[in-house]
Write a protein that binds this ligand. Sequence first.
Ligand code: CP
Length: 383
Amino acid sequence: MHALDKWLRNNSISRKTFSTKLNISIATLSRYLSGNRIPKQEIMQRIIYLTDGKINPSNFYIIKNNNSSSSFKNYKNDHLLGIENLKEDEISSLLNRADEIIKENRLEPKVNQKYNGKTLVNLFFEDSTRTKTSFELAAKRLGIDVINMQIETSSIRKGESLLDTAMTLNAMQPDILVIRHSLSGTPHLLANKVNCGVINAGDGQHEHPTQALLDALAIRRRKKQIKGLKIAICGDIAHSRVARSNIKLLITMGAKVNLIAPSTLMAEGLSYYGANTFSNFKEGLNDVDIVMILRLQRERMQGSYIPSAKEYFKFYGLDREKLSFAKSDALVMHPGPINRGVEIDSELADDINRTLILEQVELGVAIRMSVIEHLIHNLEFKK
Ligand code: CP
């Protein structure tokens, strides 16, 4: 039942009386309630006023989305904590909606008022350019208020624990909490304590689900499908949450995954998911469609894993010569930030015919909009 219908019933108001108050026909009101039409701005304002803010634009978009071809019903979670445990149809639902959003993002105006009145809090305990900015942009494009918590000037500096901080924010009733933290499992811990949707924006070396989703979207758009592709993930696998999320997602979607790294930077146990491991670049790149390069994640290293950056580039840095071992139309991806001359040759990084680095950034906004829409949809439906 539409939230407005529930509100009318709870307040003993008939559809006819309410439509008269809105100065519209009962047939028009019925179209709003069935999801066939979205109220115009002035009607929406009047609905918000008459219902004392209990009904807002998201109630109408949610019903419309539920009727649309990109079925929100396939994704049943209130949170996005990782790729682990996501099924193929859940991943496809997130990708399909993002595909639609890309087209919407290329039109003017980019901002809509779909989720006016909703609030998203960005809680980043680690540095970020792409993820934090794109969550902020994604939320704003959906009409959502965004709070960027400044960790360095917050009460965490006075000794407040992470859990107490999260509970404090939760008391202000945000709808979505986006968290990045150096400790693996932090988003999972918070999700058990708060009653809003939680999105993992990267936890330690565990998972970075929205990065894997945007990477999958980029691959699907360029290669038409993921199933059957051979994809190499190269570099610092051991410390990479991007690698872990990508391995799970790509294998779930039917790709073959090769991991290429020196033995000091290869993670144990990833072959458990079905990935093949290589220490030799030439062997690992044989016949691959996509080459994903990872940076050395020095912030998570304790000790020395490579002799020198120069030596590392010689054996594991991607340049045109090494890329020639892959298929002739293989594309290069990198989650960023890139370290030129360490894991990737500078000139190759700038070749837009071979690399998708900036395209990945663009798709990151659409993926995050899709994830936010899915979570709000699920949280609203449970009310
Ligand atoms: N790829 C990625 O997570 O980049 P940021 O650290 O800049 O967010």
